[in-house]
Design a binder for this molecule. Structure first.
Ligand code: HXC
Ligand code: NAP
Length: 260
């Protein structure tokens, strides 16, 4: 675990995690904090924001939280402005707010499809676009949380596949546009991660889990820490020549296409 090796890796740095109040993204926020960063988290539920900030404070670090919806540009912009006022400009932005439910396209309304695209893709644009105005651009790292669905067409996931594929392309486009400022933009595709809302929704039973694990080359779910370690690496000086990369952390799922 990177934070056990270097708990000062992000000392003095400011990290903003959109969707950072539960699951994989909270794990990422905790890991940056454990490496010395001051952390801001944002999500819709003020109860979840309060609980996440308490968790981060209980770890002994500095953290603030904002109850806001990534679909609301002005609210996200205000959260970045408040973070800058409290901690200074951001050095790292993690964009991980997302929504998912399994549904066939023929059973989705236009609004159902739009909801996921709005949260995942437009939300990521809102976070990055507003965050860029409050970023220490030279040396900054942006990490988008995508999913294997971005490269693996999957039934019951047309909305997520479309939204996450958009995030991957946005990652590459902004890496090109913002590279000259010294800002790197990368994305992580987490595989099935244990103990998360996402997998509760997609694989609610032990039988589902067993079938998914059998189709993974590494034959197991991943952990939140394994995703967080990649986010830390991508934002560290060790990755300073990496930008525009879309990197699976998925036990081999993307490589195998889900075929065991
Ligand atoms: C068909 C559905 C549906 C379903 C919702 N809708 N669930 N349609 N089948 N199972 C429709 C609703 O009827 C509505 O359409 C529209 O979607 C919006 O629903 P709302 O509840 O009004 O939206 P909202 O409150 O904005 O909530 C967004 C949400 C919700 C995505 C629907 O599930 C959510 O807030 N999720 C956040 C938490 C989450 O999903 N975490 C997991 C992330 S995992 P109508 O037409 O009736 O208005 C992930 C990838 C995992 O992203 C990858 C794993 C490998
Ligand atoms: P999660 O716990 O539900 O995390 C989603 C986070 O986003 C929550 O903090 C949620 O809090 C927030 N959020 C949702 N909609 C929002 C909105 N409109 N505005 C602001 N915040 C919003 O789910 P997870 O399973 O850990 O997934 C985290 C990320 O990893 C997602 O990007 C997901 O696509 C990706 N991923 C997960 C898996 C997996 O195995 N779980 C696999 C691949 C990719 P609020 O409800 O308070 O808003």
């Amino acid at each position: 675990m990177i934070h056990e090796v270097n708990d000062k890796l992000f000392a003095g740095k400011v990290v903003f995690v959109a969707g950072g109040t539960s699951g994989i993204n909270l794990g990422i926020a905790q890991s940056f904090l454990a490496c010395g960063a001051r952390v801001a988290v944002l999500s819709r539920s003020s109860d979840k924001v309060d609980a996440a900030v308490k968790t981060l404070h209980d770890m002994g670090g500095e953290a603030i939280g904002f109850a806001a919806d990534v679909r609301e540009f002005d609210a996200v912009r205000d959260a970045f402005a408040a973070t800058e006022a409290a901690f200074g400009k951001a050095d790292v932005i993690v964009s991980g707010a997302a929504g998912n439910f399994p549904a066939l396209a023929e059973n989705m309304s236009s609004n159902a499809f739009r909801s996921v695209v709005d949260i995942d893709l437009i939300g990521t644009f809102n976070v990055l676009r507003s965050g860029f105005d409050h970023l220490n651009r030279n040396g900054a790292s942006i990490v988008n949380i995508s999913a294997p669905q971005s490269v693996m067409p999957s039934p019951m996931q047309s909305h997520v596949c479309a939204a996450k594929a958009g995030i991957d392309q946005l990652t590459r486009c902004l890496a090109i546009e913002w590279g000259p400022y010294g800002t790197r933009v990368n994305a992580i595709l987490p595989g099935p991660i244990e103990g998360t809302e996402g997998m509760l929704r997609l694989a609610p039973t032990e039988q589902h889990r067993a079938a998914i694990e059998q189709a993974l080359p590494l034959r197991r779910y991943g952990t939140k820490q394994e995703v967080a370690d990649l986010a830390l690496f991508l934002s560290s000086p060790s990755a300073k020549y990496i930008t525009g990369a879309v990197i699976p952390c998925d036990g081999g799922l993307c490589a195998s296409g889900g075929r065991s």
